[in-house]
Design a protein around this ligand. Structure first.
Ligand code: BGC
Ligand code: BGC
Length: 745
């Protein structure tokens, strides 16, 4: 439809019909019949608005979407199709590793590919918009939603956000191709920095830090063309995002030129009342409208108040029109006026759900996101021949054969398709080479406040003392008979994700006890760690010969684990977040500001910026990961020590594969701005290059440095570089100090 036609359509709408376009309701509300009408009543939205709502969320499935859309259009005067949005975060039926794991791939192109694959499955299931990517920067492992972030680095997060938007939206611009879905970047802004790591808690930081570190990833998503932005639950400088005009209008619309749709997070307009910035739903609706929020997700605030606010002159009808027009434009871009069922096709679902290509991509992504944290005496890779020739593996732990280990947001995933570690190992080993035991439960009551309630809801129950004892003993007996005990341990699904904040970053339940006891009786111990966030692993590090971080690895997790365990593939991941020594170090991140009393880690004097009971450094730094090959980085070389504003200099390093195995290095460029008008971080990642090295091969890796890479928000909050000294290094992780110096003139 042409823009003029859309304008005519807008002009023909009644006030109620317009307001309807800005209201989003959960699926069951639309289909409410009989007893389900209760949900509708809770929302308090009139029948008339419900008939005219513009969008719904988390209704998926070709047949269901066709049915809901058809029923909706039959009752609709103008036949404006309903928009279907969903939380499709890291895969649809095929589930990929969690985003924090994907952040360890340092491979934005791979993320683009898997988002395109996700989009293909989702479009067949009728989804039109996904609430992804989450571009929130994370630095505090206590926050459960670290799971959904790509990590702690602004530069990488920006590249990942852009790649994900491009992947989801691939083909969207080709008119009526029915390919790609609209991507919604969230949660704008700074949702990843709640105080104390407690979800939905206050976020408060300087504008400089916000702009320098937190906003760039959302901006990268906007520049990549995302069609939608979601507000966050938190405050930004005292004002909740959902009513924050500076954020939504000045920054997002005016500075960045965003023309797409702004949607609230779930019920966030009503939450302005709980925040204490609006006295009632009407004031909340006004604040959101003034801020430039288009769609109200799942409250009655817009539905029940916009008309009165316009009538009273508190808001301008032109704002309403502008918001409605944005929604109509998105529908038009998606081709819904031509085909309201856009792509929803049950036959196509069968073709693309869990398609072999998607499964292969899931396996690839899992391999590339696993991080080898320890490998003492090169226990890994295990030799397949040894284990086909009589040696024994004891696979032990609550994640050995666990189909639930997908992370909280895999809500559309097909659990029955998940390949567990046990299953994958049984495919390759003879039965006599593999013994398996759960050993213990994932969680005990002391680990999770609401465990009893969760068990009541899910019909599960805790093991009784006899079972606990028996299972533990059985596992220990298997470990004692084995050549290698492979322990699949980790965090429970319910400890991470939204609302999954923790104060202890331990492996819960009896699992540490299991590990300690297995250590005593097994010859070798390899730990596979399943989790959604960095954990404190000091003891695990001591107790294991090999420690492989597998995160929640998705549908093909088991196969990927086998690929890495037996060395048909190398673990390629490098940490996307620093792993702490102690939870008391939170927030912990490599790119911290320099202090007036930096500590060198050695001098036994207390008057430095340090802890008296723990090192400042992480246990495993950002960017860290071992490989099966072994590479050495030579000294860093610069082709000039002077960088002119319009010019460039080249920094390079020679990397030598000193081992007899080929492998991939993830070379990382870090720069430190030595002196600025404001305090600068001790180092910042400015480039990454993955390079393949044959056994014994040497390669030179180079990066160009240009002035624009050195810009930051200085004293006057202008984004520009300042002349002076910089230090630079190219390193395998963030622990190396920038060594070579150059001057920007
Ligand atoms: C979450 C969002 C999600 C939305 C819709 C909220 O609770 O914060 O990330 O997209 O629900 O399900
Ligand atoms: C302390 C001050 C003290 C000053 C002089 C500094 O190290 O921070 O509180 O007054 O020394 O002794």
């Amino acid at each position: 439809m042409r823009e003029e036609k859309l304008q005519e359509l807008l002009n023909s709408l009644s006030m109620t019909e317009k307001i309807g376009q800005l209201v989003q309701v959960p699926g069951p509300v639309l289909e409410a019949q009989g007893q389900e009408l209760g949900i509708r009543d809770d929302l308090g939205i009139s029948e008339e608005i419900i008939r005219n709502v513009g969008s719904t969320l988390n209704v998926v499935g070709a047949d269901q979407i066709r049915r809901v859309q058809k029923a909706y259009l039959e009752k609709s005067r103008h036949k404006i199709p309903l928009l279907f949005m969903a939380d499709i975060i890291y895969g649809f039926r095929t589930v990929f590793p969690i985003p924090l794991a994907l952040g360890c791939t340092f491979d934005p192109k791979l993320l683009k590919e898997l988002c395109a694959a996700t989009s293909e499955e989702s479009v067949a299931a009728g989804a039109q918009v996904t609430f992804s990517p989450m571009a929130d920067l994370v630095r505090d492992a206590r926050w459960g939603r670290c799971l959904e972030s790509t990590g702690e680095d602004p530069y990488m997060n920006g590249r990942y956000a852009a790649a994900m938007v491009e992947g989801f939206q691939e083909g969207l611009q080709e008119e009526r191709a029915g390919k790609g879905m609209a991507s919604c970047v969230k949660h704008f802004a700074a949702y990843g920095a709640p105080e104390g790591g407690r979800d939905y808690n206050t976020v408060d930081m300087s504008e400089r830090r916000l702009r320098q570190e937190y906003l760039p990833s959302y901006k990268a998503g906007v520049e990549a063309g995302c069609e939608m932005i979601m507000t966050s639950f938190n405050t930004v400088d005292g004002i909740p995002s959902t009513g924050n005009k500076w954020l939504m209008d000045d920054v997002l619309r005016k500075e960045w030129g965003f023309e797409g749709v702004v949607i609230t997070d779930y019920a966030a307009i009503a939450e302005l009342i709980a925040h204490g910035v609006a006295q009632d739903a009407k004031e909340a609706a006004r604040l959101a409208m003034e801020a430039g929020v288009d769609i109200d997700m799942c409250t009655g605030c817009y539905a029940n108040n916009l008309e009165a606010l316009i009538r009273e002159g508190a808001i301008d009808e032109a704002w309403l029109d502008r918001a409605v027009m944005r929604v109509l434009r998105l529908k038009n871009k998606l081709g819904l006026f031509e085909d309201p069922f856009r792509g929803a096709d049950a036959a196509r679902e069968k073709e693309v759900f869990l398609a072999p290509g998607h499964r292969a991509l899931a396996r690839e992504a899992a391999v590339k996101s696993m991080v080898l944290l320890e490998n003492k005496e090169e226990l890994l890779p295990l030799s397949g021949e040894d284990f086909r020739g009589g040696k024994k593996i004891a696979l032990i732990g609550p994640f050995a054969d666990n189909r639930d280990a997908l992370g909280m947001w895999a809500i559309h995933g097909d659990k029955s398709a998940v390949v567990t570690v046990k299953q994958a190992l049984s495919e390759m080993l003879a039965p006599e080479s593999l013994a398996c035991a759960e050993g213990c439960e994932t969680l005990l009551e002391e680990d999770y406040t609401d465990l009893t309630a969760v068990y009541a809801q899910t019909g599960k129950s805790a093991w009784n003392p006899e079972k606990r004892k028996e299972e533990m003993e059985r596992a220990l007996a298997l470990a004692a008979e084995s050549d290698v005990a492979v322990l699949a341990l980790g965090e429970s699904e319910i400890q991470g994700g939204e609302g999954g904040s923790r104060t202890k970053l331990t492996i819960p339940g009896d699992q540490m006890d299991l590990l300690r006891r297995v250590r005593k009786c097994a010859k070798k111990v390899a730990v596979l760690l399943f989790c959604a966030r960095p954990l404190v692993l000091d003891e695990v590090k001591e107790l294991s010969d090999a420690l492989l971080l597998v995160w929640y690895p998705g549908t093909e997790g088991g196969h990927a684990v086998c690929d890495v365990l037996f060395g048909s593939r190398e673990p390629e991941g490098r940490l996307s977040m620093s792993f702490p020594r102690s939870v008391g170090q939170m927030p912990l991140y490599y790119n911290a500001f320099s202090t007036g009393r930096p500590y060198d880690g050695r001098t036994p004097i207390r008057f430095f910026s340090r802890y008296t009971d723990c090192a400042n450094t992480p246990l495993y730094p950002y960017g860290y990961g071992l490989s099966y090959h072994r590479a050495a980085y030579g000294p860093v070389r610069l082709d000039s020590r002077t960088l002119n504003r319009e010019g460039e200099i080249t920094v390079s390093v020679e990397i030598t594969n000193e081992s007899g195995r080929a492998g991939v290095e993830t070379a990382q460029l870090y720069i430190r701005d030595v002196t600025g008008s404001v305090v600068r971080p001790v180092k910042e990642l400015k480039g990454v290059c993955k390079v393949f090295l044959e056994a014994g091969e040497k390669k030179t890796v180079s990066f160009r440095i240009t002035e624009d890479m050195l810009r930051f928000y200085g004293k006057e909050l202008r984004y520009e570089s300042e002349p002076g000294k910089f230090r630079v290094t190219i390193a395998p992780d963030s622990s190396r100090e920038p060594e070579e110096e150059f001057v920007l003139v």
